[in-house]
Every structure is written in C-alpha cells, then in structure tokens.
Design a protein around this ligand. Structure first.
Ligand code: NAP
Length: 253
C-alpha cells in the first residue's frame, strides 16, 4: 500500500492583498507555496493570480483585528488545506494618522491587535504541535523606523511597531535554536498606506529631501525579507534590519 502524500509546506504572509506584502508574495511565489492573508478577498485573489504558479497558493481572508478568533480560524484553515507553515511574515498593519485627542481606546485596540497581537497569536498557534507539527523555523515581522522615533499623529502606530520589535527580540531568545525571528524596519515607501501622505506636495517634497537615497520601493523591503528568510541568514536572529535609504542616519533632516 502506498503512503498518503505528506502535507505541503507553506510560507504565511499577512498583508498580502496590498503594497509591500503583495510585492513580497509575488517575489516569493516561485520558491515557496504561500498562504496569503488580508481582509479583502478580491484583492487577495488578485495577488494570488499575479504569483507564479497561482494554483499552488491559498488565500486566507481573515480580519486580524479579531485576534481572539484566530485560535479557531487558523487551525481550521490549515486542516482544511492539509497545510504546514514553515515561514511566517507578518506584514499587515493599520496606520491612521490621528492627534492624541481623537484616539479612542477601540481604535488603539484595533491597531495593537492587527499590528502586534495577531503576530504573537499566529506565532503561538504555529508552534503548537497539534496545529503545525512544530514545522515553523523562520519568522520576519515587518516593523517600521517609526518603532524607533516619534512623529505627530503616529501615537498608536509608533507604539505598536515598538511593541512588535520587543516581541521579535523576546521570541528570538525564547524560540532559539529552532526558530529564527527578525524584523525589517522600512522607511517611507509609496503604497496605499502612504497614499494620503504623498498626496500632499509639500510633505512629499520634504520626504524626498530627508532621504539620502530617495524614497524606497516595495521591492527594497522584499529583498531584505527574502535574505532574512534564507539560509544565508542562518546565524542572524533577534535583529532589527533598518531599510530606509539612510533616513534614520540623517540628523540634518
Ligand atoms: N509604506 C510605508 O511607507 C511603510 C513604512 C514603514 C513600514 N511599513 C510597514 O509595511 C507593512 C506593509 O505596509 P504597506 O505600505 O504595504 O501598506 P498597505 O498597502 O496599506 O497594506 C497593508 C496590508 O495590511 C492588511 N491589513 C490591514 N489591516 C488588517 C486587518 N485588520 N486584518 C488583516 N489584514 C489587515 C491589508 O489588508 P486588507 O486591505 O485586505 O485589509 C493590506 O494587505 C506594514 O506593516 C507597514 O506598517 C510601511
């Protein structure tokens, strides 16, 4: 009698329906089977169809702000597709530029759930033997240089990205040597997230001046994530990789 086929292994990318996450999915799709997460099922499907060998990849529409539902939704999805996850890239995030007086606790909780607690919960679930057979070996969180600095209206975003980097370092220590955990800290990239920021010509011109190497592209972040996921980074864990065209080195800005 022949053995049943082994479950297929996947890389899970959150935020895959747009911007940097979509670029990353398309780029990684030649080498890995992918699970693509976002809220918008139609845009996720567009990403899947833009990938190499679309039939190998799966869309998983799920709102990460509903962090308490992940404990049932993610294992059910993996069982349904007979899938095991070897790599996890958390790229999803919410950014609403709001002055402190306009922030509600409900909004702050949504941001923390999506940007940080979903990363914690997905990692926790993927490390459970009954959910993922201890197959996870590699995690990259897409953070931001906003984890290191302040900016007007960025209260919840900065707090969430600083927490994400703290989570990354603690996990890197706790999960070694079996799992490597790193983060990439992008500077400004033109995507739907930053559309309104770049739409203001004064802000756009100032941003270009502040960046010694100019404004970045989604592929600049994809390349950093690809390196951290690869065996060439086998001795790198707990690292915050700044990819910002020199912005955070520039105190003349
Ligand atoms: N663009 C920049 O300048 C910049 C700079 C520094 C860091 N970053 C980081 O890079 C990452 C990607 O950003 P981006 O510029 O590519 O932004 P984007 O185009 O707005 O994409 C954000 C992604 O996050 C997903 N997402 C948001 N809320 C979600 C939720 N509640 N549940 C599930 N998915 C959710 C969105 O999915 P749906 O639309 O389907 O809901 C979308 O796929 C983020 O972590 C961001 O903080 C970006």
């Amino acid at each position: 009698m022949s053995e049943p086929p082994a479950p297929a292994t996947y890389v899970l990318i959150t935020g895959a329906s747009s911007g940097i996450g979509r670029d990353m999915a398309i780029s990684l799709s030649g080498e890995h089977r992918l699970i693509l997460n976002g809220r918008d099922a139609e845009r996720l499907e567009q990403t899947r169809l833009a990938c190499q060998a679309p039939d190998r990849h799966r869309c998983w529409p799920h709102d990460l702000a509903d962090v308490t539902t992940l404990a049932s939704a993610l294992p059910a999805f993996l069982r349904q597709h007979d899938a095991l996850v070897v790599g996890f890239v958390h790229c999803a995030a919410q950014l609403k530029v709001l002055p402190l007086r306009s922030i509600t606790i409900a909004h702050a909780q949504d941001v923390m759930n999506t940007n940080v607690l979903a990363a914690l919960e997905i990692t926790r679930l993927l490390l459970r033997k009954d959910v993922n057979s201890k197959m996870l070996t590699n995690i990259v969180f897409v953070s931001s240089i906003a984890s290191q600095f302040g900016a007007r209206g960025f209260t919840t975003y900065c707090a969430s990205k600083a927490a994400l980097d703290g989570l990354m370092k603690a996990l890197a220590v706790e999960l070694a040597p079996g799992v490597r955990v790193n983060s990439v800290l992008p500077g400004s990239i033109r995507t739907p997230m930053t559309e309104t920021i770049f739409a203001d010509p004064v802000t756009a011109e100032r941003l270009v001046k502040d960046y010694p190497l100019g404004i970045g592209l989604p592929s600049d972040i994809t390349h950093a994530v690809t390196f951290l996921m690869s065996d060439q980074a086998r001795w790198i864990t707990g690292h915050q990789m700044v990819v910002d065209g020199g912005r955070s080195a520039n105190i003349s800005a």
